[in-house]
Design a binder for this molecule. Sequence first.
Ligand code: GLN
Ligand code: ZN
Length: 756
Amino acid sequence: MKICSHILGFPRIGWKRELKKSQEDYWNRKISQCELKIVGKNIRKKNWTTQKDMGLSFLSVGDFSWYDHVLTTSMMLGNIPSRFLYDGEVDLDTLFHIARGVSFNRKPTFPSEMTKWFNTNYHYIVPEFNQKSSFHFLWKQILEEIREAKNYKKDIKPIILGPMSYLFLGKSGDLNFNCLSLLPKILPVYQKILKCIKNENISWIQIDEPILALDLPDEWKKNFIYSYKFLKSDLKTLLTTYFGSITHNLDIIQSIPIDGLHIDLISGDYDLQNFNKKLPQEIILSLGIINGRNIWKTNLLECFHLVKNFQKYRKNIWIGTSCSLLHVPIDLDQEIHFDSRIKNYFSFAVQKCYELFLLNDAINKNKKTLLESWVLPLHEKIYFNQLNKKNIQKRLLNLTEKDYQRKNNYVIRFKKQQKKFNFPILPITTIGSFPQTKKLRFLRAKFKDKILDEKVYKEKIFKIIKKNIQIQEDLDIDVLVHGEPERNDMVEYFGENLDGFLFTNDGWVQSYGSRCVKPPIIFSDISYIKPITVSWIKYAQSLTKKPVKGMLTGPVTMLLWSFPREDISKKIISQQIALALQDEIRELEKNKINIIQVDEPALREGLPLRNIDQEEYLKWAVKAFKLSVSKVKDTTQIHTHMCYCEFNDIMQSIVDLDADVITIENARSNMEILKFFKNFRYPNSIGPGFYDIHSPNIPTEDDLIKLIKKSMKLISYKKLWVNPDCGLKTRTWREVKHSLRHLVNATKKVRILQNH
Ligand code: GLN
Ligand code: ZN
């Protein structure tokens, strides 16, 4: 029986980030909507011709979106929050309005919330639901694109996000509202959509239900079965799951009428034989064996044997990528600066399509010669061995529990630090970065392109640091920062200065809307070469009597925002990075930097999807952080910072980090986190973020006074710090000065009240 090959989706940003550029041009009224649409059309054309040329059995359609695929689904289902309905007209501008809060000819309003897509760094626009939500097949992009794709190939597999995941990912302002209650309203619309798709002469549809990888409440499980029975039609359904195993939800699958099931063999732990036995034989099982989330070349020989062996047990098999290729860069061929040997280790989206073709062809012809040459570079282990550094491995082996603990506990440290720094109550600090102006970005770019020599560049950066320190002195902030002017990105900067990372030129991956990131690749053992931040911080400290914070990115964040190696565990990689940071911290201490902040904004994002896996992750993540900071003196104050997250479910781990001070993002959710401290005594010091830096709004002094007082009711004033809720790099100087002035004034007023 011949098998088919397919992908779950292709990146939509274009080879040269055309989508990003044209979106932004459109928003800035530099191009017309018509011109923007042509860019989209050309991207789709290239995506489809690539899939066709690479010999995939189907073209994926429906993976293109103008901002985000969950938002496209909301548009498709006509679920438009009323504040975006302008004259009742819904068009592409409505979509951008929902995502950004601003749009042509429309009143600015607050945008829909954005949050992380499962455990990835991709963000989706959260659907809004309420009792009055109603649905109808409104936005017909999917049908238009099916027709468009037919110009390239007959076999098309449309992709939609399934009703259960769509409802699950949404939110209602009313916490008592159960989104599941909308199911009876939404299913008939899905049914209609499926019918329209069928009418386009389509035989297979891919319905994504990634929530099957989660621990689902019983009510959701029950309704899953109900929904798919309801949606049964003569369109063949490939139910796709990814980001984890669904073995624990197999009972759902057994009870629903589907024609195919896709499972993620990369992030999911599967006992295939067993799984197979429980899955009705007539269902096609699509094996997601090509990693959709990492960039390493696939060992196709291993895949070949796996599939061949599995064919003894099941006839109906397809092969595919583990998840959508949205999470990897597009084309390795653009990386002309990589030497060919290094290039041989990688596969980006295009190459992954080719891998599927090779594998499919080898299996169908039962001939693996081509696969043997494909994996040849992977066997050249010598190369890798050269890269693995014995001294690092030895250092890791010699670690003991003591390496993860500060010498003394927090109470002792607190006293010593208080004596040393003699801070007023409610010490004021900021999170690290100051505005990254156009001029500053240009300066760094010129240095990178070698137009500017190092000496001149450094002088210019020093000048900026000097200005930053002066501004903070004038404002009368207690713990100063240098402002991070030398950094483009908080991971890339450290990666570039450590040994073991590799960088792409065009390896962009969509993070949200028009925002893309270029994750570094962790290529070999990571080691420390030379001081990274010391000269900047030391200079900043030389300008002031107040303490300046050393500013580092933590090991977990560096790992999670990179493409990791797969031959060693994430835990080991995090320890290697931690040791490098430990060396940097030692250098900072030697140079009399007495306060050091180690940022871990991604810590929460790495939390595994299922409860049973979470403890292990949190254990090694916390240990990696502690390994980096624990060697310091009692009098060295360690800060950490976290953002974009729900903290409540990981609060114990945050306590376990044992940082002397933690600053957290909080203001966006209206200081919601404070509620938590009603029942929970955070033992160390904490700065709960007093204003939202993501908005251009300037907080008033009065509001800030109220918030500080409110916090003092829940957190002892002796342990409370005052700060904005995140770095200030995206704000203008005018906003920053204004807001910080208010923050300092408010704090001083509260101090006087408290001291009386
Ligand atoms: N220190 C970093 C900054 O201020 C922290 C960034 C972050 O939290 N993502 O920009
Ligand atoms: Zn932050």
